[in-house]
Write a protein that binds this ligand. Structure first.
Ligand code: C2O
Ligand code: CU
Length: 463
């Protein structure tokens, strides 16, 4: 293990002390292989980020397993990390070199409907074809992108990437890592075990191999005392990660829509498919200490609590103790949506139809779910009810929503922050508020992709 001499460290700190030293991580220790591949900006102008993005078959290696035929954006799984500033314009020249059709959905990004990547707003992009995606990044936070065409298969094969949008007012940290959590079910020959039967459909598919930035059980290196900022996204089809770092609390400072007003501490953090969390950790220990990063048992229904604690990665501390940046104790004030009077309801259900397991919205299977109509600019309460014995991560395209009530109890003001993906507990009723300020056809669905592809999906028609 290489040790960085102190002199070099202080030099690194000095070099890191530019204008934006509160934002850029100080590279004291090389975390090379687990850092995500970064997208290069082809446009030198400020305020515009332009890239070529190609989806194509690729061969990847997961841990000790033989080579895995996968599908990848720009040749890597996860695909590239696109880092921009709030307000930047993103231009993506997309080429589909897959043998199948695809689209790209920009999960969580508020954009014009035509750029949203669903089949409600664009045709599937044929094999060999191009598509230009172009939109402004209006919100700071971590977002991600993935196909919205046979997403259960295409995401499973490796098509996903991240967008990190920086705000001007972010809390200081010593080290930062964008972390993409996934799992994949591999056969002994290295290939991905795709749907041989109905196994795994009811609960959503869980793989036998956990991936942390595409790597099996990697080591995250940091210095004792540092404040580590983890930008987490779960891109798995069905697995909820209940993330824990042994010996450390996690301070949650943000989620899907960016920083939250009141950060809070947890011993472990459940992250459903599609959700993002922004977490600060003050690293305790000394040179040579290692801590397990695990996903802990979590009951999302149907016996999933019997899952064991599983190792995701390790944290290794190296070097002498530093005085870390203080953990954030407050975030920016919230932006509560004024409670509208009009509402519509979405009931999540399950049904066995013609010998097949289906997942329903208001007792219908997509595309038979009637569209909800909302005039542009109006807000609505979404009465969301889960009538099943399992949790579903509800995702709305194009807009954030805020939880205003849980099973009849009003959400405290500080907890009315922006989400686009939310765990709906089993047999529960939630009230959400959303402002539908962008016209178009917008999808909502369960982000357990097996559930979405088997009916739990609908559309809001904003006009
Ligand atoms: Cu990330 Cu419609 O999904
Ligand atoms: Cu579901």
């Amino acid at each position: 293990m290489s040790r960085v001499p102190l002199a070099a460290l202080s030099l690194a700190v000095l070099i890191g002390c530019g204008d934006d030293s509160t934002v850029k991580p100080v590279p004291m220790i090389d975390n090379g292989p687990i850092e995500l591949a970064r997208a290069n900006d082809k446009d030198p102008a400020d305020g515009v980020f332009e890239l070529d993005l190609t989806a194509a078959p690729a061969v990847v290696t997961y841990g000790e397993s033989p080579e895995t035929p996968a599908w990848a954006y720009n040749g890597s799984v996860p695909g590239p990390l696109i880092e921009v500033d709030r307000g930047d314009l993103l231009k993506v020249h997309f080429k589909n070199e897959l043998p199948d059709e695809t689209t790209i959905h920009w999960h969580g990004v508020r954009l014009p409907a035509a750029m949203d990547g669903t089949l409600a707003v664009q045709d599937a992009i044929e094999s060999g074809d191009f598509f230009e995606y172009e939109f402004e990044l209006k919100d700071a936070g971590l977002f991600w992108f993935h196909p919205h065409f046979m997403s259960d298969l295409q995401v499973q094969r490796g098509l996903y990437g991240t967008i990190l949008v920086r705000g001007e007012d972010e809390p200081a940290f010593d080290r930062e890592l964008v972390v993409v959590l996934d799992d994949v079910r591999l056969l002994s020959d290295g290939s991905i075990d795709e749907y041989p039967d109905d196994d795994g459909v009811t609960n959503g598919r869980e793989g036998n191999t956990l991936l942390f930035n595409g790597v099996v059980n990697p080591t995250v290196r940091a210095q004792p005392g540092e404040t580590l900022r983890l930008r987490l996204v779960n891109v798995a089809n069905g697995r909820f990660f209940n993330l824990k770092i042994a010996g450390h609390d996690l301070r949650v400072v943000g989620t899907d829509g960016g920083l939250i007003p009141e950060p809070y501490d947890v011993a472990s953090l459940p992250i459903a498919p599609g959700e993002r969390y922004d977490v600060f950790v003050s690293l305790k220990g000394s040179d040579g200490d290692t801590f397990a990063i695990t996903t802990e048992p979590y009951d999302r229904g149907h016996g999933t609590d019997k899952n064991e604690s599983m190792l995701v990665a390790q944290l290794a501390l190296e070097g002498s103790e530093v005085q870390g940046k203080p953990l954030p104790i407050a975030g920016p004030p919230g932006n509560p949506i004024e409670e509208p009077e009009a509402s519509f309801s979405i009931i999540l259900g399950e049904a066995f139809i013609d010998g097949e397991q289906k997942f329903t919205i208001n007792d219908q299977v997509f595309p038979d779910v009637p569209d909800v109509m909302v005039p542009t600019g109006e807000s609505r309460i979404i009465e969301l009810e889960n009538k099943t014995e399992q949790e579903h991560p509800f995702h709305l395209h194009g807009f954030f929503f805020q939880v205003i009530e849980r099973d009849g109890e009003a959400t405290p003001a500080a907890q009315r922050y922006d989400k686009d993906t939310l765990i709906v507990p089993m047999m529960s009723k939630l009230k959400l508020a959303a402002r539908f300020d962008e016209p178009g056809m917008w999808m909502y669905h369960c982000h357990i992709l097996e559930h979405a592809e088997r009916g739990m999906m609908g559309m809001v028609d904003v006009e």
